[in-house]
Write a protein that binds this ligand. Structure first.
Ligand code: PMP
Length: 353
């Protein structure tokens, strides 16, 4: 082995869901939105002056920050934007989790958290969800170096009411508490309401799910100006021009089209409720879904078996080979037509095995 190999930083990377090149499949594996982005986004693309691409983009993404500040009724100094919420969360880990004490997050949660903790050498501790996959707030009372959890959680789709979020905030006045709200638009109330009272709260959201723009990579954090300033300092120390010009332009148009956003979200919620009833009728069990996916298991079948049978039928869902959740499938809500194909397959499979 060469000597330099000893000095290479080795990390266990995050494994994203599969993005198969085959467009003939039904893709319910990465919690994308089945509907196109807002019409204004397409118009912005058509109107884009390609000649301007020779220039660097605005490093502060000022127009997008302003549009988001207007939409959420906060000051522009309270908004940080990044290349997907993964980028925002990565900058937040780097900026806020600098203690010798462990950062706490749930044992069943977004699997990128331990990856960032490892890459930035942040100690962490995983608090076990209860038997119903719910957060136990007491687990977050001990001294720690910071707290992060998604609400609704992934991959469980469980939502914790704001009094649980507030209880965790009340017990953690000396560290930053990050609420990852990638799925909040599909149910529940955002912790943004609590910002006025907790200046150590950071709320992170994304355009990838409810705004149908996973491919453009836009995420944002909202918090006290001090937190946002610290994150921007962190970002400008890594790579200042992260968000490209087309994303900034199209992002602004997406934020402006509130009617389309609501319509899309409501369609997905309606399909989720319909799918819930159909899954229950087939004997599936699942925690109450509050995101754009359902986390379900069937008492008669192993998770891997159903996952593989579905995949062979060109229906892609997500399966995690992990303790406690190996028998579950995480099924993204697609269109009604896509869910009909899924349900037909499951009905036939279950009745013939
Ligand atoms: N947080 C959670 C809980 C997620 O499930 C995801 C999606 N993989 C993200 C953050 C990141 O999404 P994006 O980078 O597309 O905004």
């Amino acid at each position: 082995m060469s000597l330099w190999e000893d000095k290479v930083r080795r990390v266990v990377p995050y494994t994203p869901g599969e993005q198969p090149a085959d467009t003939g499949i039904i893709k319910l594996n990465t919690n994308e939105n089945p509907y196109p982005p807002a019409p204004g986004v397409l118009a912005a693309r058509d109107a884009m002056d390609v000649e301007r691409l020779r220039l660097y983009p605005d490093p502060a993404a000022g127009e997008l920050v302003k549009a988001l500040a207007g939409r959420y009724d906060v000051a522009p100094e309270q908004v940080f934007v990044g290349v997907g919420s993964d980028d925002v969360l990565s900058v937040a880990f780097l900026t806020f989790f600098n203690s010798d004490r462990p950062v706490i997050f749930p044992d069943i949660t977004y699997s990128f958290y331990p990856v960032w903790a490892n890459v930035y050498r942040i100690p962490y501790k995983m608090a076990p969800l209860d038997a119903d996959f719910r957060i136990r707030p007491e687990d977050y009372y001990e001294e720690n170096g910071g707290v992060i959890f998604p609400n609704p959680n992934a991959p469980t789709s469980c939502y914790e009411p704001l009094d649980v979020v507030e209880d965790i905030l009340q017990h953690n006045p000396d560290v930053i508490v990050i609420v990852d709200e990638a799925y909040i638009d599909f149910g529940g109330t955002s912790a943004l309401k609590l910002l006025e009272r907790y200046e150590n709260l950071l709320v992170v959201q994304t355009f990838s799910k409810s705004r149908s723009m996973a491919g453009l990579r836009i995420g944002y954090a909202i918090g006290a100006p001090k937190l946002i300033k610290a994150m921007n300092d962190g970002k400008y120390s890594l790579n200042s021009d992260t968000m490209n010009m087309p994303s900034q332009l199209m992002g602004v148009c997406a934020v402006r089209d509130e009617a389309y956003f609501k319509q899309c979200v409501n369609r997905i919620i309606a399909t989720r409720e319909r799918t819930k009833a159909q899954l229950l009728a087939l004997g599936f069990v699942f925690p109450e879904p509050m995101a754009n996916f359902i986390f379900a298991r069937h008492p008669r079948f192993q998770g891997r078996e159903l996952f593989e049978a579905l995949r062979a039928a060109h229906i892609y869902v997500r399966h995690f080979d992990q303790p406690r959740i190996g028998d579950y499938l995480r099924i993204t809500i697609g269109t009604d037509e896509q869910m009909d194909v899924l349900m037909d397959f499951l009905k036939n499979y279950i009745n013939s095995h």
